[in-house]
Ligand binder design. Sequence first.
Ligand code: GNR
Ligand code: NI
Length: 169
Amino acid sequence: MAILPILCYPDPRLRVVAKPVVHFDDSLQATVADMAHTMYEAPGVGLAATQVDIHLRIIVMDVSDARNELLVFINPELLWVSEEKKLWKEGCLSVPDFFDEVERPDRVQVKAHDQFGRPFEVEGDGLLAVCLQHEMDHLLGKVFVEYLSPLKRLRIKGKMKKRERSLQE
Ligand code: GNR
Ligand code: NI
């Protein structure tokens, strides 16, 4: 198992649209294991393959307090979202040390396959719903800061450049 390097905003590779997984083979199992390891190590609540420069529709997530309930979503599809929306303070492993509020549908229903190709559905709200939408955006090449104002995004880009410089020293 490896810890995979996480791309940081505004890396253009975060804008790549992921392709569906076709083969549920050993290579997929290895990628899922590495992604889970990387997410727990970070630590993060979820991780999309795009963030580790793998452009396939793969998400790992764990919204449990004990961090022992790994969820794997392969080729996820949004079946339904609630009309009701909620604000949530989001963060992202690809935008370290930055948090801001994003409005999204409160409840979602998602269909996906597990890592062995078995189909399943989940419906939920709260962190599960926020995180699922946040991760599915990553697979479409979208980072949560794109919901914020252009001015805020400019400030974040500035902070990220400064951070990159300080890490190089
Ligand atoms: O670890 C994470 N926490 C989080 C908190 C609020 C809303 C979304 C998230 S996802 C984030 C991990 C990450 O960047 N996933 O793409
Ligand atoms: Ni993220």
